[in-house]
Write a protein that binds this ligand. Sequence first.
Ligand code: DGP
Length: 115
Amino acid sequence: MSDGKTIFKRIIDGEIPAEIIHEDEDCLAFKDVNPQAPVHVLIIPKKEIPSLAQLEESDAALMGHMLLVIRDLARDLGLENGYRLVANTGPDGGQTVGHLHFHLLGQRPLSWPPG
Ligand code: DGP
């Protein structure tokens, strides 16, 4: 029974397992189940925001907080040589889960442009 929740909301609610590497009052970071790099972590707000396109002005502090969490995670995960932060948004952006998430990718050189 999915009861309309996204898979990420189910992770937030502890209904399905995830390899959580950071949790605080406002956000959660866990390993991507289908990693595209040696480090591939998803950082999500606990607030149910479908994508960047639905952000509100009142989410500014939350987004700032998440970027600082990401900065610290990148340092703690040893990504001193660099990394990439991605927020796939909407169908053209390739978003498959309707809960805002940032992909933190690193520990290999990443090509540009993306596909
Ligand atoms: P996106 O395409 O940007 O919406 O990325 C969704 C990502 O979520 C994708 O890289 C795979 C990951 N993912 C999907 N389901 C699960 C899950 O149940 N657990 C974990 N850890 N990651 C998931």
